[in-house]
Design a protein around this ligand. Structure first.
Ligand SMILES: Cc1ncc(COP(=O)(O)O)c(C=O)c1O
Length: 498
């Protein structure tokens, strides 16, 4: 197979390979069931790295154009009938800045509740923060292989993390458009540790910090515990409201901005290149540091813009990533990319905190990355999640009242549902739990729970569970909306009939 490549072009090589094969499929030059050249053969004939070919094939697999047969290779799929269009997002919240006077440290309770919900079989849990467990056999095989280096676990480990692992992470980041050297990476015990180390290093009690509202409640709690003054800038469908950001940069001189630029938790929104560049320019003009948390980027169905850090020539952005959402949270492997003068100080912080992240966990992640299984797994997860997201959106259209709006994320695991103001979130969560449906109350994602009523729903559940759970939630919502919150006692018979 001839794949002409332009090595001077801005488009990465793996995308050029993907596009060329896509073109050959669309024009009928590659018929259904044709086998693609092996990864090694194509890497040799095109003179590229095997991982580049694997990435191209994985993208084709995620797009449903090819399938993998275990041990045999990649094959062209028969053309699919056009998919039913997924309804577009309807999310459009009021733009209200949240300035809490005192913090509510909600995350520890929420975490304790999630531990409890795992022990409740038969429940449909839309509140889960992680994808469904898959690929356990692969994991066990790769973990066994990784343990071949277990004799090294007796040696003192590098506080920055295993150098080979950092090289692998830097390769992944280059494919995302972010060029950072392995020397700029610090492997952490989950990205939560990176966020915690950063907050302790950069934020003193009383410092002002800008966050998106809503945002990841784990970091919100870290900031609250640190005694930071939090300013919650509302999310628009395009990302953080930049006009309000500018206004509060001027009036509050914040120390840092925390942003989740891709597949934002909890809304699922991914910002554009223009939004990223504007946010960075504003931050730099006001000498404000940016923490860019990119926990969900690898689960994007589509190519995402380069991270904000990719446009940062002044060391103003610290990039944070994790393997919790793509491999498994229990490994506790995350990382940060930090350039500039503060890097050494953060390595020292990491050393004093826990010496280094688990050598065993790092070895397993390294094995996933080096063997190419990580890319294969991502492409499998993306395909699965896209189908499951579509199921959830279809169920929402079918069962939810029309006054409810939602986002339709292009990846990740969550949908964000905005509810009418008259809905009682507490009653909704309570009634749903009685029907064995657990939901993530949106309140926890706002500073001092001061936002609008909302839910974060994990769409990675099996379709039957999604359909049943959304129907139950829809019935409760319809009943609540037909019965004002203040008059709930008068609705006892209605609740009983649900
Ligand atoms: C946006 C975001 N950042 C960081 C984390 C922390 O993840 P971990 O510490 O498991 O890497 C999470 C977990 O849910 C998250 O959603």
């Amino acid at each position: 197979m001839k794949i002409p490549l332009n090595r001077q072009a801005k488009q990465p090589i793996y995308l050029q390979i993907r596009d060329r094969i896509n073109h050959l499929i669309q024009t009928g030059h590659l018929a259904p069931n044709t086998q693609l050249p092996s990864i090694r053969t194509l890497a040799q004939t095109t003179q590229v790295n095997k991982l580049t070919v694997l990435e191209a094939y994985s993208r084709l697999e995620a797009d449903g154009l090819v399938r993998v047969k275990q041990g045999a290779g990649f094959f062209i799929n028969a053309p699919q009938p056009p998919a039913t269009a997924v309804p577009t997002a309807t999310f459009n919240p009021a733009q209200k800045v949240i300035l809490p006077t005192q913090g509510i440290n909600a995350f520890p309770d929420i975490y304790a509740a999630s531990l409890h919900s795992h022990a409740r079989p038969g429940y449909i849990d839309f509140g889960l923060g992680f994808p469904q467990p898959t690929g356990l056999e692969d994991f066990q095989r790769l973990a066994r292989r990784a343990m071949k280096e277990s004799h090294t676990f007796f040696h003192p480990g590098d506080p920055q993390g295993d150098v080979e692992l950092r090289k692998q992470i830097s390769l992944i980041l280059i494919q995302q458009g972010l060029e950072v050297s392995p020397e700029s990476l610090i492997v952490t015990s989950g990205s939560m540790q990176a966020l915690s180390l950063l907050a302790h290093h950069f934020v003193a009690p009383g410092d002002c910090v800008i966050i998106e509202a809503p945002t990841y409640h784990g970091f919100l709690s870290i900031l609250q515990q640190r005694g930071a003054k939090i300013v919650g800038i509302p999310m628009t469908p395009q990302g953080m409201n930049l006009a309000l950001l500018e206004q509060y940069l001027q009036s509050h001189c914040p120390k840092l901005i925390y942003t989740i630029s891709t597949l934002h938790n909890p809304t699922g929104i991914t910002t554009s290149v223009e939004h990223r560049k504007k946010l960075l320019a504003l931050a730099q003009r006001h000498h404000c540091l940016v923490i860019e948390d990119n926990a969900y980027e690898p689960l994007s169905f589509e190519i995402t813009p380069p991270p904000i850090k990719a446009f940062d020539a002044a060391d103003s952005v610290i990039y944070v990533g994790t393997f919790s959402k793509t491999l498994m949270p229990g490994l506790r492997v995350g990382y940060m990319a930090i350039t500039g003068a503060q890097r050494e100080a953060l390595i020292e912080q990491k050393l004093l905190h826990d010496f280094h992240s688990s050598a065993a966990s790092q070895a397993i992640v390294k094995e996933y990355l080096a063997s190419g299984h990580y890319r294969r797994r991502l492409s499998h997860l993306r395909g699965l999640h896209r189908t499951h997201r579509d199921y959830m959106v279809q169920a929402l259209v079918k069962y939810f009242p029309p006054s409810v709006t939602w986002t339709v994320p292009n990846g990740g695991t969550f949908l964000w549902i905005q509810l009418p103001d008259s809905v009682s979130l507490q009653a909704l969560c309570h009634l749903a739990a009685e029907k064995k449906v657990l939901v993530g109350s949106g309140a926890a994602f706002f500073p001092t729970r001061a936002g609008y009523p909302a839910l974060r729903l994990n769409f990675s559940l099996p379709p039957e569970a999604t359909d049943r759970g959304i129907q139950i939630l829809g019935n409760i919502l319809k009943a609540q909306l037909s019965c004002p919150v203040s008059g709930q006692d008068n609705c006892a018979s209605l609740w009983a009939s649900l």
